[in-house]
Design a protein around this ligand. Structure first.
Ligand SMILES: Cc1cc2nc3c(=O)[nH]c(=O)nc-3n(C[C@H](O)[C@H](O)[C@H](O)COP(=O)(O)O)c2cc1C
Length: 242
C-alpha cells in the first residue's frame, strides 16, 4: 500500500483514493434516488432530520481541578456505544451554547465567529452537532470508525473507540474579520474545544485520547466535508477497560 500523506491537497484538487471515490459515488446515487435530481447536482452527503439530545448537565461531582489533575491520554478503551446523553454532554463541553441570547459557547472564539464544527463518528454513522438546539443530524450512514482509523495512520484506538469526535474548521468564517490571522485562531479554537471535551470525558470517568496523526485529505474525504471545511483534530473516547 502506498504511504498515506498526512498533508492536505490544495483547494480544487481531487480528494481521496478509490475507496473514498466509491463512497462518494454510492452516496451521490443514493441522494439522486432520494431527491430525484441529476447525479451531478447531488450533494456529497445527506442530512437526516435533526434530533434533540438530552439537555446537558451544568453541574457535576468532579471539580475542574480534579479533572485537570486526572486527565491523561487513555488508549485502553472499549468500542461499546456511549449513550446519546453522554455523547451530547461531550459535544456540549466542546461547542455547546451557554448563552442562548448571544449564542456564545463553552469554548471561546475569536470575534465570536465560531468557525468550528464537530462530528461524532459512531457505530450508527457520522453525526453532525448543531449547537443551536443541542441537536445531532446524521450526515453519513454506516460505521466508519475502522476507515477513520486507517485515515489516522492505522491507529487502533480510533477503530476501537466508542465514539470518535472529529473537530473541523471553516477558516473563511474567521478570515472575513481577521485576515491572515484566521488560520492561527481556528487552530487555537480547536485546541480549546478539544481540551474541554477531554476534561469532560475525564469528569465522566471515560477514557479519551487526542489524535493529531492523520491524513488530512483522507479524513476530509471520508466525512465528505463541504469545500472550505477541514478536519483539524480527532478525539477518541470510550469506556475504560476494566
Ligand atoms: C496535538 C496533539 C496530537 C496528538 N496526537 C496523538 C496521536 O495521533 N496518537 C496518540 O496516541 N496520541 C496523540 N496525542 C497524545 C499525546 O501523545 C499525549 O498527550 C502525550 O503523550 C502526553 O500524555 P498525556 O496526554 O497522558 O498527559 C496527541 C496530543 C496532542 C496534544
Amino acid at each position: 500500500m502506498a504511504p498515506i500523506s498526512i498533508g492536505r491537497r490544495a483547494a480544487g484538487e481531487n480528494r481521496g483514493g478509490p475507496v473514498a471515490a466509491v463512497r462518494r459515488v454510492a452516496l451521490a446515487v443514493a441522494m439522486t434516488g432520494l431527491l430525484g435530481c441529476a447525479a451531478e447536482s447531488a450533494p456529497q452527503r445527506s442530512a437526516e432530520a435533526a434530533f434533540s439530545l438530552p439537555a446537558p448537565r451544568t453541574a457535576g461531582t468532579v471539580s475542574v481541578e480534579d479533572a485537570l489533575a486526572k486527565r491523561r491520554s487513555v488508549r485502553a478503551i472499549t468500542p461499546d456505544p456511549l449513550a446519546h446523553a453522554d455523547i451530547g454532554q461531550l459535544l456540549w463541553a466542546a461547542q455547546g451554547i451557554t448563552d442562548p441570547a448571544s449564542g456564545h459557547r463553552t469554548s471561546p472564539s475569536a470575534g465570536a465567529l465560531y468557525p468550528l464544527e464537530v462530528y461524532a463518528v459512531t457505530a450508527e454513522g457520522v453525526f453532525h452537532y448543531l449547537p443551536r438546539g443541542h441537536q445531532l443530524e446524521r450526515v453519513l450512514a454506516g460505521d466508519l470508525r475502522a476507515d477513520l482509523a486507517t485515515a489516522a495512520l492505522g491507529q487502533a484506538v480510533v477503530a476501537g473507540a466508542g465514539v470518535d469526535f472529529v473537530v473541523t474548521g471553516v477558516v473563511s468564517r474567521t478570515r472575513q474579520k481577521y485576515g491572515d490571522r484566521a488560520e492561527r485562531f481556528v487552530f487555537m479554537e480547536a485546541g480549546h474545544a478539544a481540551e474541554n471535551l477531554l476534561l469532560q470525558a475525564t469528569a465522566m470517568g471515560l477514557g479519551a485520547v487526542s489524535i493529531g496523526g492523520f491524513s488530512d485529505d483522507a479524513v476530509d474525504t471520508l466525512l465528505a466535508l463541504p469545500d472550505g471545511e477541514q478536519a483539524l483534530y480527532i478525539l477518541a473516547v470510550g469506556k475504560r477497560h476494566e
